[in-house]
Ligand binder design. Structure first.
Ligand code: IVH
Length: 687
């Protein structure tokens, strides 16, 4: 055969295999017998072996592609991969529909259409197609940056390498869930057992492990599948509704979930949830709830999202699964903020396919409320990824009551329950008072410091951090960044478990993070009440680290201009503001941060790149609005690059007012600030 005819044969085989994959997965109507299908694949594999120079990049055998490396590259999602807020009962669903209508200023009697679809319990992935060809595939990662698993995703039989039809956009990122079916999961575990290997915990873990194989050939042998349900960047979307979009996905060759339905009110959504819940065990794959989405894509766009979840969707979770077991003992764990958390050590039991041997008891009030003690038989529940918890005592033992110690079990310092200065209420949590001097707190803070949403340092996991701390090599964040320089005295590679390569990899991973974004650094410090969401809004407000430090120093008495300014940040509560001010006015914290700043560079928050009449401007809304709900007005201004504040000060640029405006309106007038009515605002921005 000539080279050309071999090339042709290879292309034909690839199309035939892809067609067969679509018949099998997408349409559930295989036209080829398994053995005919295997013959095609075998012929292709043999040809590729004989003529490696003719192997095509889109080959389903994936004998070409990325050379195995010991690490995945990173891919920045051009549009973040969001997560979903949860609804746990029917009332939450009704509230969600009301919230959506309120935001859109839609009358409550209006039947607004929502879709519902199963929430697949797998791992999400994003596939980028340019001119109909798969060019990259990434895991979700932290939502902003994922891992480049293009080679691995290309091996999935029901991910099209080339989109079917011709009405696809030039650029589209298709998002969905990678999963393993129950049937395939059973086969995988039978195989593991016959090889004397450990079995996989559940299909989700097996899918995650299979997708993140360094060698895509191993992924190719795993029964991974993909359900498509959303999009990221898209050059031009022809669908007007969620339902139309799903139809397009199917036309382009993706497997979409057959249980998607359209509803006109929350009662119907809940009825469908109940139906899905009844057929859950027969679906053939794991789901952990139902996702509702606003059907109209223009309305989805108007609704937008809050830090990490869209306003237009919600996940209605299935109730937690429960089982009874005996409680062997109660241990006390000390967390990053010094919180003493009682943990129940259980007789291991399988709940919803996962072996559970520990469950949280939250705090001492909870122990009191449950009157739980070692030797009791207890009911334990597990919901999704949430830590299992003890729900109640089923059978009490005769043992003595269990009392939480009043000292930290790790460092022996006094552990207190604080009293809230404002409400006078005692905190439910008892905390060790020894801060960074308590080894448990120090270790947990460092673990948090390097975690995914913080510095995200590969190769510095819990085990390594404990090792470094116990050997007095890393006691605080700054030590992470000086360890390479100190290694000439340490010789890390000589320690058990370390070698030249692992040490080199670790140093490289650390060096990659010497420049860090403002919000990541703030989150990494593990300040109470400053989670990821708050860190982001604080970063957007102050823009530069040093400006924030100056402001917080002068807010020390919880009054004055800087304190008001801090509280005026949209979404900032009193507890978070107080905690932030306290943290940056404490000398131990300041020296820990200063030590760290000797080694790293903090990147200012990038101003939103949108160019509009109001980008960078500080805007205050007051009174009632007619055309937009207050929330939508705010969100639109933010999308146009403005900062929305809750109070008027000399920094305010524009005040938009409606009927009922009072003191803010007066103050703005006094300060000579630009003032507009809702209609003037709409005209000004061409909304
Ligand atoms: S929509 C912007 N639809 O659930 C909204 N997510 O808890 C993007 N998931 O990260 C998500 N099935 O991995 C959507 N039918 C479905 C889903 C689904 C599973 C996952 C997804 C997401 C997570 C959020």
């Amino acid at each position: 055969m000539s080279n050309d005819s071999i090339k042709n044969r290879i292309s034909t085989l690839i199309s035939q295999i892809r067609e067969a994959d679509i018949d099998y997965y997408q349409d559930d109507r295989p036209k080829l017998t398994d053995s005919d299908y295997d013959k095609l694949r075998l012929e292709l594999i043999n040809l590729e072996k004989m003529y490696p120079e003719l192997v095509l990049a889109n080959s389903p055998t994936n004998s070409v592609g990325a050379k195995p490396s010991n690490k995945f590259g990173k891919i920045k999602h051009s549009i973040p991969m969001l997560s979903l807020d949860n609804a746990f009962d029917n009332d939450d669903v009704i509230d969600f529909c009301l919230r959506v209508k309120k935001f859109l200023s839609i009358n409550n009697d209006y039947n607004l259409a929502f879709t519902s679809e199963p929430k697949i319990d797998g791992l999400s992935a994003s596939l980028r197609y340019e001119n109909g060809k798969l060019v990259s595939g990434a895991t979700r990662g932290d939502g902003t940056i994922g891992e480049d698993v293009t080679a691995n995703l290309s091996t999935l039989r029901n991910i099209p390498l080339i989109l079917k039809g011709n009405d696809w956009p030039d650029v589209i990122e298709v998002r969905g869930e990678v999963y393993i079916s129950h049937k395939d999961f059973k086969i995988m575990n039978t195989k593991q057992l016959s090889l004397g290997k450990d079995i996989y915990k559940n299909p989700r873990n097996a899918a995650a492990g299979s997708l993140r194989q360094i060698d895509p050939k191993i992924t190719a042998q795993r029964p991974l599948k993909f359900f498509a349900y959303a999009w990221g960047e898209v050059s031009h979307l022809t669908a007007n509704t969620q339902i139309e979009f799903i139809k397009l996905l199917s036309k382009w060759g993706f497997q979409v979930n057959p249980e998607v339905k359209l509803h006109s009110n929350p009662q119907k959504m809940i009825a469908h949830y109940n139906e899905i819940s009844n057929i859950r065990s027969n679906l053939g794959y794991d789901i952990d709830g139902v996702v509702y989405k606003v059907n109209d894509l223009l309305l989805q766009k108007r609704l937008g999202f809050v830090t990490r979840a869209p306003r237009w969707a919600i996940a209605h979770k299935f109730p937690a699964e429960k089982a009874n077991t005996s409680l062997k003992q109660i241990d006390i764990q000390v967390g990053r903020t010094g919180a003493l958390t009682p943990v129940a050590r259980l007789e291991p039991i399988t709940i919803g396919g996962v072996v559970v041997s520990n469950a949280t008891l939250h705090n001492e009030d909870e122990i009191e409320r449950l009157n739980v003690k070692p030797g009791d038989v207890v009911e334990v529940q597990r919901a999704g990824d949430v830590i299992p918890q003890v729900v109640r005592v089923i059978k009490s033992s005769n043992g003595p009551r269990f009392n939480i110690p009043k000292e930290c079990p790790v460092c022996g310092s006094i552990a207190n329950r604080d009293t809230d200065l404002v409400t006078g209420k005692m905190d439910a949590v008892r905390r060790c008072t020894n801060g960074f001097n308590c080894s448990a707190q120090a270790i947990e803070r460092i673990k948090h410091f390097v975690s995914r949403r913080a510095f995200d340092i590969d190769g510095l996991g819990a085990k390594q951090i404990e090792f470094f701390y116990k050997n007095n090599l890393i006691n605080e964040p700054a030590d992470i960044f000086s360890i390479e320089a100190r290694n000439k005295f340490i010789d890390l590679e000589k320690f058990e478990g370390w070698g030249l390569i692992s040490v080199d990899n670790l140093f490289n991973a650390i060096n990659e993070k010497r420049t860090i974004e403002f919000s990541r650094l703030l989150y990494a410090l593990g300040i109470r009440h400053i989670g990821h969401g708050n860190a982001v809004i604080i970063g957007r407000h102050y823009l530069s680290w040093s400006k924030m430090l100056i402001a917080l120093k002068s807010a020390i008495d919880y009054k004055g201009e800087q304190w008001d300014d801090l509280l005026s940040i949209d979404g900032m509560g009193n507890a978070a503001a107080t905690s932030l001010v306290n943290f940056f006015n404490d000398s131990v914290n300041i020296s820990i941060v200063n030590n760290l700043l000797n080694f790293i560079v903090v990147q200012d928050t990038l101003e939103p790149s949108v160019n509009s009449k109001i980008s960078g401007k500080i805007i205050v809304f007051t009174g009632k609005f007619d055309k937009f709900s207050r929330d939508e007005a705010k969100s639109r201004a933010q999308l146009l690059g403005a900062k929305v504040s809750g109070s008027v000060s000399t920094k305010t640029n524009i005040l938009i007012y409606g009927p009922g405006a009072g003191s803010k309106y007066k103050k703005a007038k006094e300060l000579g600030i630009t003032i507009m009515t809702e209609d003037e605002w709409i005209e000004f921005l061409n909304l």
